[in-house]
Design a protein around this ligand. Structure first.
Ligand SMILES: [Zn+2]
Length: 493
């Protein structure tokens, strides 16, 4: 006899539950109270302040965007529309060697730190100050943070086109340790960029040494994603082995036409290394990349679309080859005149993207660039595109596997405790979506568009987005690295 029914804040009834582990969906009710999932099952005897009828729809853990450059965006635009509209409930910032903190600039931010904003966006000389600012902004999504190698270099060095001295490495380590003590998830590098390319592997190895004691990890935008990609992967493995830390290879891809078709070989290397040490990767579901305009990539081999240009904003949306023709100059010369600029590179093969995305070690990360006026559509579309375009329409992977790649796999790798699964006692980060409707709407031409089929999003138990509208509630906060998940019954990597 249940004369005193159980009570919840929110009861989601009759959903097809994708619990995040990769298990096939089952019909379940889910109860949420005080920000946590408190019951899962047939909960017809429960009462709740809000009951959501979810028949025919999918309920999943809120998506974790493991690869973002939202460092300053979570503070300046805390409603986080590009992410909450996709069902993302946690973002990890500080990727590719660039983080908003700890940073004390001497002038303008070096490339590619300018992706995070202009000089005035960098206001956090210590990580503790960044954490405080995130929490004060009350972002709509949770925020975990990596510390960028390039950011630390720019703090400690007078110029970035050389290796750091032992004293400078010590300075970087001290700043990294402060950040780790305040909950940073790990260290990221961006060795392909001119601001870090001169750093030898030994510099990164030395800097990575404090990570293990903190239970943190190393992520890397590798030294190259072009022809020498296997060497760059070896370098990443070496850093992980030296520092005894897990490694995540960021936005894994085979870049450049001469490199197309090599994803099999690249994944074989990854699998070999995974037998020896914990390694994974992330990718975004598109065959074009985006970053600042890199003249080394302006070779005429591939199309490059300009997304912004400081001296020539009117050229946004045009191809470098069109601009060069208009100006009557070479593409290289056009590229020089456009600098500083942002670009979309048409530099991957669809076959490679699909092979990497569907590999079991691959997480989904958007790599979205929120400060770009014509952003790559991954900013608004990455997660629904995996669910709708790749899982449902192209049948590249089962929906439950797609969900796993954006939830439990991500939470375990990055040490986000009690997130990434629909599990009793876990934080109630949840997304309700329509499996037959979910789809990205953002395109390269019109990139700032909310996805279809995301019906409701809860962050820490608070309904934050419903039926295409934000509710006005913003319940995200900074999330520190949780207890090391190595002993986790599920296995971390
Ligand atoms: Zn990157």
């Amino acid at each position: 006899m249940h004369s005193h029914p159980e009570a919840a804040d929110t009861l989601i009834v009759g959903a097809q539950l994708y619990d995040g582990t990769g298990a096939p969906p089952v019909e379940r009710d889910v109860a949420v109270r005080d920000g946590r999932i408190v019951a899962i099952g047939n909960l017809s005897n429960w009462l709740a302040e809000e009951v959501i009828e979810a028949e025919g729809r999918a309920l999943a853990p809120g998506f974790i965007d493991v690869h973002t450059h939202d460092d300053t965006h979570v503070i300046r635009s805390p409603q986080m529309l590009p992410k909450i509209t996709q069902g993302v409930t946690t973002v990890i910032v500080g990727n590719c060697g660039i983080s908003a903190s700890p940073v004390a600039l001497k002038g303008d931010p070096p490339d590619p730190m300018n992706l995070l904003g202009e000089r005035d966006a960098f206001q956090y000389p210590t990580f503790a100050e960044y954490v405080k600012a995130v929490n004060a902004a009350r972002p709509a999504v949770n925020v975990g943070a990596l510390i960028g190698h390039t950011a630390l270099r720019s703090n400690q060095m007078d110029r970035l086109d050389r290796a750091a001295t032992p004293q400078e490495i010590d300075g970087m380590r001290t700043q990294l340790e402060e950040a780790l003590a305040n909950g940073a998830l790990g260290l990221s590098s961006g060795l392909a960029y001119g601001s870090a390319f001169a750093a030898p592997t030994e510099e990164v190895m030395a800097l990575a040494e404090p990570l293990a004691a903190a239970g943190a990890l190393y992520t890397t935008h590798m030294r190259t994603e072009f022809d020498a990609i296997l060497d760059a992967m070896d370098e990443a493995y070496r850093v992980g082995r030296h520092a005894h830390v897990p490694v995540v290879i960021s936005h894994l891809k085979c870049a450049g036409p001469s490199n197309w078709g090599r994803s099999e070989e690249v994944l074989k290397s990854l699998e070999g290394a995974r037998r020896m040490q914990p390694i994974g990767c992330d990718c975004y579901p598109y065959n074009r990349s985006s970053s600042t305009l890199d003249l080394k990539q302006v070779t005429g081999d591939i199309d490059i679309t300009i997304t912004w240009s400081e001296p020539h904003p009117e050229m946004a949306g045009k191809l470098v080859k069109e601009i060069a023709a208009e100006w009557g100059v070479t593409q290289q010369e056009a590229g020089k005149r456009l600098q500083p600029a942002g670009a979309v590179y048409h530099n991957m093969s669809e076959e490679d993207v699909r092979r990497i995305l569907s590999h079991p070690a691959t997480m989904v990360g958007s790599d979205g660039l929120p400060n770009d006026p014509l952003p790559h559509p991954r900013l608004w579309g990455a997660f629904p595109r995996v669910l709708g375009h790749y899982a449902r329409d192209a049948a590249l992977l089962p929906l439950e596997e797609a969900v796993r790649k954006m939830t439990s796999l991500s939470a375990r790798r990055f040490g986000l405790a009690q997130r990434g699964e629909v599990h009793i006692g876990y934080h109630a980060d949840l997304v309700l979506f329509s499996p037959d409707k979910v789809l990205d709407a953002a395109t390269f031409e019109k990139p700032q568009q909310a996805a279809h089929g995301i019906d409701a999003v809860w962050v820490n138990g608070v309904l934050s987005y419903r039926d295409g509208e934000v509710t006005g509630e913003r319940a995200g906060h900074f999330v520190a690295r949780g207890a090391a998940s190595k002993g986790d019954a599920h296995g971390a990597f």
